[in-house]
Design a protein around this ligand. Structure first.
Ligand SMILES: [Zn+2]
Length: 130
């Protein structure tokens, strides 16, 4: 008893070896796909329904692709970008700018008017309104 279950788990572990698995971004993609398919159930206007169905399959396919992907570095970077994006939205006290030279993200306090920002990485100076 239990042999089949553990064999299945081993199989699954072997299958997932070297693959990315799931993350927060994947959850959001899956939820969006689910929402699209649920909304599609209530809209009977064929063209919209078709688009929602395609979007829903597309998103779910994307989530599955990310889970099974062997390019873990790239998937990790995608998730990191998403988390940074989330942080930018949540943070009401700062504004985020990308350095025009090296693309380094610079955080400055909001509501200070025009200020000169110097990049912590490459020391480039640029002026932005906060
Ligand atoms: Zn810079």
């Amino acid at each position: 008893m239990g042999g089949f279950g553990s064999r299945l788990r081993n199989r699954l572990r072997q299958f997932m070896m070297g693959r990315y698995g799931t993350d927060k971004l994947n959850m959001v993609i899956l939820c969006a796909g689910l929402i699209a398919s649920v909304v599609g159930m209530f809209i009977h206007f064929a063209p919209v329904n078709l688009i929602l169905t395609l979007v829903s399959y597309g998103l779910m396919g994307w989530a599955i692709f990310r889970t099974l992907s062997r390019n873990t570095y790239k998937r990790y970077q995608e998730n990191r970008k998403y988390l940074m994006f989330l942080q930018r939205i949540k943070d009401r006290e700062h504004r985020y700018y990308d350095c025009p030279r090296c693309r380094q993200q610079v955080r400055v306090p909001r509501g200070k008017g025009k200020i000169s920002i110097s990049c912590p990485k490459c020391k480039e100076k640029f002026i932005r309104k906060t």
